[in-house]
Design a protein around this ligand. Structure first.
Ligand SMILES: [Zn+2]
Length: 452
């Protein structure tokens, strides 16, 4: 039975009805993190967006019928550079960042993907794919490098809907004296002695970044599968290259049938960048904001649209959840009908779904038990209100409205009041902090503080 589900497919550049290859085995691949630095809010968006899709597919087709694969890139030039800069071993760096990434996923209440393969565990398969590409004359070897020959794949540029000249003009293409064509991209390159490397028919080296997704999607989902997702910045060159590699190595017409891409995240209307110093790391955010607030904020715009991250957005999400938690109770979630799920089935329209939640909340507050279960089940569909009210309140009390500056100012005011002998004021200030979950202690001439 075909479900009523429609996606905007980047490949066809239009909204299409979703027809899985096999209703009993639906496959989705999403490009995961390169573990060289702590994930930021821009990285959180695809995590949450594709978690919504994963949950929706599970609801429509059955939990056990969806395979969701999200890789971990644990070998890459960025990792090698970052390890050198931070004077850490590759292993130490990638393990630390992977651990932090998993903590971020839990914080954002994302379900675990069915498989989470690592690039370094698939080098043999990558070497096999390169050998196939060389055999099929889609690749060439030069000075221990192997390049994919873009001109050998006629459909190159189909996903971005651009021809070769437009692609070259619109992007920073890596320059190399060994390439025959500027769009050609590296499949294998030699490694310095000190850098990580594996033996191959082309000498000791390491794979190019694009290759791993072609290899790992094939391993877990087959040569052709249903959905491929990622951020908009991956369309070119990463996803174009994945298509080229997979179709040429496997001699198939198609790779993934539906391509979904999420838009960028800006910070106060500015692009997030290291040089502007405005990158919001998830593990910083998690110290003061409940993960559900971040999740709701990320879903407040349609996934294809840009999303602006700012204090107002967080405050609004916080207020909404505070209100919704008034209706919280432990329930056994009910199966949602199409009428409720419809906005999600229409290309994951989360703003419309959130509007629906507001109206379900209104019904629920009128006191009827079945409307309450419906509202709470609908919240859970997108991973909200799964945390108990007690834990929600506790987090809020201990962390939310108190930033460190506020605490420092209150301590300073209190110490000044004590100096002046105004013990009543000093005591009130202490109580004010305590009400916000902050305990202060006086040790000799120093005042320290901690969360309750
Ligand atoms: Zn990928």
């Amino acid at each position: 039975m075909t479900k009523d589900l429609n996606f905007f497919n980047t490949l066809s550049n239009k909204k299409e009805k979703f027809h899985p290859i096999n209703n009993n085995n639906v496959g989705m691949y999403v490009c995961g993190p390169t573990v060289y630095d702590f994930p930021h809010i821009g990285n959180a968006r695809p995590l949450v967006v594709f978690d919504i899709l994963f949950r929706l597919l599970q609801s429509l087709y059955g939990k056990e019928k969806i395979k969701y694969v999200r890789n971990i890139t644990d070998i890459d030039d960025k990792i090698i550079e970052s390890a050198k800069k931070n004077k850490k071993s590759i292993k130490e760096l990638t393990e630390t960042i992977t651990k932090s990434f998993h903590e971020d996923c839990r914080y954002l209440n994302c379900l675990k993907p069915t498989f989470e393969p690592k690039a370094t565990e698939h080098i043999k398969e990558m070497i096999n794919m390169i050998s196939n590409l060389l055999k099929n004359k889609n690749a060439y070897e030069k000075e221990k490098h192997v390049y994919f020959s873009v001109s050998s794949f006629k459909k190159y540029g189909r996903l971005s809907n651009k021809d070769s000249d437009e692609l070259i003009a619109g992007s920073r293409v890596e320059v190399s004296k060994y390439k025959k064509d500027p769009l050609d991209f590296v499949l294998w390159k030699p490694s310095d002695e000190k850098d990580p490397g594996w033996e191959s028919p082309w000498g000791r080296g390491r794979p190019g970044w694009h290759l791993e997704c072609s290899v790992m999607s094939e391993k877990f989902l087959g040569k052709q599968f249903d959905i491929h997702g990622g951020g908009l910045d991956l369309v070119f060159p990463h996803h174009e290259n994945e298509i080229a590699q997979s179709c040429c190595a496997n001699k198939t017409e198609n790779f993934a049938n539906y391509w979904l891409h999420n838009g960028f995240v800006t910070f106060d209307k500015e692009k997030m960048s290291k040089s502007l110093g405005n990158i919001v790391k998830i593990n910083t955010l998690s110290k003061t904001v409940n993960g559900q607030v971040v999740r709701l904020a990320l879903l407040s715009s349609h996934y294809k649209q840009p999303l602006d991250w700012n204090e107002k957005l967080l405050k609004e999400s916080q207020n909404t959840l505070d209100k919704w938690y008034n209706q919280f109770q432990e329930i056994k979630p009910e199966k949602l009908n199409d009428e409720v799920l419809k906005p999600l089935q229409e290309d994951l329209n989360t703003p419309k779904y959130i509007a629906k939640l507001h109206s379900l909340y209104e019904d629920s507050s009128k006191g009827n038990k079945s409307s309450k279960v419906k509202f709470l089940s609908a919240c859970r569909q997108i991973g909200l209100l799964e945390e108990s009210k007690q834990s929600w309140e506790k987090f809020k009390k201990s962390k939310l409205n108190v930033d460190e500056n506020f605490i420092k100012i209150k301590i300073k005011d209190r110490n000044e009041a004590r100096k002046k002998g105004d013990y009543k004021l000093a005591d009130n200030l202490r109580k004010e902090l305590e009400n916000k979950g902050v305990i202060i202690e006086d040790k000799q001439d120093k005042t320290t503080w901690k969360y309750k």
